[in-house]
Design a protein around this ligand. Structure first.
Ligand code: GLV
Ligand code: MG
Length: 353
């Protein structure tokens, strides 16, 4: 039995007090870069103003013989830049890899004070979070780091999906969870080589017309990822943390990328990974609320100042529940405006102080 009061106690003497709630930040795109590539590192100062989160990737896509260089490159990049209100994250190697211990030890020593979030791949259960949680507390204490480094889990194994609720609530250090469609497809035995998005073979079909059995039958493609995203969103929101869609691999198909991102956004996700610069604007567009919806939401909030009762706005019924829906959109719009003040008028937020 673990007494509830211990949940928020630091896991090492001298480690910072865990957050009661994760800090609220705008995280529409988590932009992945390979930190061992000098040319890419040189572009970080320009990238900082363009994205909400910069992530140094140390795991998959980094060749085995570049793992140390990626780790060192990340630390250098963290030390050499001022990230302002742009998040600084790192994706470390998986817990069963030969690199992960040095990833954590060296990064916490080299730039733990600047790091916001560690993304942990292939999380299978709460035990993976507990391991990293304690290790981070020990390293925070050792290096005098005074704000907790958060953990973001990737949901990319069937066991992880089975345990997603326990993962989301494993520690106050949990920041959020991302869907990893490539590893998840592989480990589930799904028959696709795509990284996210739809598949033309996954569909439903209408019955044959009894009067004309040879006539073409209506058929529609279905969403392969709906179940997993919806389950992940419930697990995250129930735990008070943030759900994200992960990678979209076909850089030549921005339209499909946008549709995948939008489905995730509408279902509750707050952002997605951007693996290519061309995906940054897509994520910014999709994960910022629609201006027309925000202006309508503001009307609802104005019509129900204390959030109770029932009123009609533009012919549509509003009550306590729709007030809360409106607040989700307006809160997000305010967060966007903090970073992009030029959108104030677009969202009808001129009256905000
Ligand atoms: C991401 O890591 C994925 O496997 O999709
Ligand atoms: Mg993966």
């Amino acid at each position: 039995m673990r007494p509830p009061a211990h949940f928020y106690a630091p896991l090492a003497a001298g480690a910072p007090q865990p957050y009661r709630q994760p800090p609220v930040r705008l995280e529409r795109m988590i932009h992945f870069i390979p930190p061992h590539v000098e040319k890419v590192r040189a572009k970080v100062p320009q990238l900082i103003g363009k994205v909400d989160v910069i992530l140094g990737n140390l795991e998959d896509a980094i060749p085995a013989d570049a793992k140390e260089a990626a780790r060192e490159g990340f630390i250098r990049m963290a030390q050499d830049n001022d990230f302002g209100n742009t998040g600084l994250w790192v994706r470390i190697n998986a817990l069963n890899s030969p690199w992960v211990l040095d990833d954590v030890m060296e990064i916490m020593a080299g730039c733990g004070k600047k790091l916001d979030v560690i993304m942990l791949p292939k999380v299978e259960g709460a035990w993976d979070i507990h391991y990293l949680d304690r290790l981070l507390a020990q390293l925070e204490a050792r290096h005098g780091i005074d704000k907790p480094v958060m953990i973001h889990a990737i949901l990319e194994t069937p066991l992880g999906v089975s345990n997603v609720e326990e993962i989301a609530t494993a520690s106050p250090r949990m920041h959020g969870i991302s869907l990893g469609p490539a590893d998840l497809a592989a480990s589930r035995g799904m028959k696709t080589t795509r990284v996210g998005g739809g598949h033309p073979g996954y569909r439903v079909i209408a019955d044959p017309d009894p009067d004309n059995p040879q006539a073409p039958r209506a058929s529609a493609q279905q969403d392969l990822w709906h179940y997993t995203i919806a389950r992940m969103v419930d697990a995250c929101r129930a735990a008070g943390i943030s759900p994200f869609y992960g990678p979209f691999g076909d850089f030549s198909d921005p339209e499909a990328c946008e549709v995948q991102f939008r489905n995730a956004f509408l279902l509750g996700c707050v952002g997605a990974w951007t693996l290519h610069p061309s995906q940054i604007d897509i994520a910014r567009r999709v994960f910022s609320p629609d201006p027309e919806e925000v202006r309508f939401a503001l009307k609802i909030l104005k019509a129900m100042p204390d959030g109770t009762g029932a009123v009609m706005v533009d012919g549509k019924m509003q009550d306590d529940a729709t007030w809360k829906q409106a607040k989700v959109l307006v809160d997000l719009a305010r967060l966007v405006v903090e970073k992009e003040p030029e959108k104030k008028a677009l969202y009808g937020l001129e009256e905000d102080a």
